[in-house]
Design a protein around this ligand. Structure first.
Ligand code: HEC
Length: 200
């Protein structure tokens, strides 16, 4: 094993060699941005996984216990709460959105991505594999934007399908007067997770 002293000398030599080749400031900056971008990618993916799993569990429990009428309030109150908790944990902003939203209408850039997702799905890509990310700069702040498509499964049709029970529909309409999120079929893209993470 090499002694720490030798490591130190090696890395010092490396730093000197690099700073001769590149201006050190630029290199350090881009290395830092890249590192945090990688971290942000990992955190975004972990956050989506955790949000999806937690919400699905809450939905399933409520559906089993009291059917859709009991599950609507769960979606209504817990979806935003879980999103906020997960966002805090991973130090980013996470929500769901859709081209036909119930709760959160897409921002223009999200709408563009969602439309691209439809094109990819129509071209035969499995919805579970449809993701997008981009690093952008907003008011001098670099941020990673990441979106992941959400497929429409069987259970989703109860509240998002073409044949939503009248009582369920009227409960939904009372909570979301501008609801557009019905009429979905199995295998449609229901929407997407959307993450924004500030970069160094
Ligand atoms: C019991 C009714 C119910 C079921 C079942 C249900 N949802 Fe929802 N869904 C809702 C409600 C209510 C909201 C609004 C949540 C909010 O206020 O944030 C919602 C919102 C959403 C959103 C956010 C985008 C938007 O339209 O505002 C997505 C995406 C979504 N649901 C996907 C699904 C998927 C996928 C399934 C199946 C795994 C599913 N839902 C099952 C009631 C339901």
């Amino acid at each position: 094993m090499l002694s720490p002293n030798i490591y130190l000398r090696y890395s010092l030599a490396a730093v000197i060699a690099i700073s001769v080749t590149f201006p050190l400031g630029t290199l350090a900056e881009s290395a830092q941005a890249q590192m945090s971008e990688q971290t942000a990618m990992q955190k975004s993916q972990a956050a989506i996984k955790e949000y999806a799993t937690t919400l699905k569990a809450a939905l399933q429990t409520a559906m089993k216990a009291g059917g859709p009428m009991a599950a609507i309030p769960v979606c209504h109150t817990q979806a935003p709460q879980i999103a906020a908790q997960v966002g805090k944990k991973y130090d980013l902003e996470i929500h769901r959105t859709s081209l036909k939203p119930r709760a959160i209408a897409p921002q223009p850039w999200e709408k563009t991505v969602l439309e691209q997702f439809e094109v990819e799905k129509d071209a035969g890509k499995p919805i579970g594999k449809i993701v997008w990310h981009k690093t952008v700069e907003v008011d001098g702040q670099k941020e990673l934007r990441l979106m992941k498509a959400i497929p429409t499964g069987e259970v989703c049709l109860t509240c998002h399908g073409t044949n939503v029970a009248p009582a369920v529909l009227s409960k939904i309409k009372s909570l979301y007067p501008n609801d557009e999120a019905t009429g979905y079929k199995l295998g449609d893209i229901r929407g997407a997770f959307s993450v924004t993470a500030a970069l160094n």
